[in-house]
Design a protein around this ligand. Structure first.
Ligand code: AMP
Length: 114
């Protein structure tokens, strides 16, 4: 999508601190980190919200989580623990409308989330 900031990051049109790339997904550090490790995993293909996923996207979503776990391990978080979050629409706290999986770690998480 031409005006989507995460599409532009995926295409390399605007800078981001990328930590992972393959043909399906891109991982990069959040500009406003909420934890010592805060990485966003996005599909290269524009999908607006979690509500827009179809059956055909099931493997892609599984891949997003597997990549998140791999990055968590690379960052030394696998045993300590970490959190993955995908916000959906206004009350879910979504501010960028290209789905992204937050990977947060390096500090104790609390529950319930704010
Ligand atoms: P959400 O509120 O779940 O939609 O999360 C959007 C996230 O994207 C926030 O944590 C922002 O800090 C982050 N963000 C927005 N623009 C950028 C950018 N250009 N590079 C990296 N992270 C960004």
């Amino acid at each position: 999508m031409s005006d989507c900031i995460f599409c532009k990051i995926a295409a390399g049109e605007i800078p981001a601190e990328k930590v992972y790339e393959d043909d399906q997904v891109v991982g990069f550090r959040d500009l406003n980190p909420q934890a010592p490790v805060h990485v966003l995993l996005i599909p290269r293909r524009h999908i607006t919200t979690l509500n827009d996923l179809t059956e055909a996207d099931e493997a892609l979503v599984g891949h997003l989580f597997r990549v998140a776990a791999r990055i968590a391990a690379d960052e030394g978080l696998a045993e300590r623990g970490y959190r993955t979050v995908m916000n959906c629409n206004a009350e879910g706290g979504q501010t960028v409308f290209h789905i992204h999986l937050h990977l947060l770690g390096g500090r104790q998480m609390t529950w319930p989330p704010g």
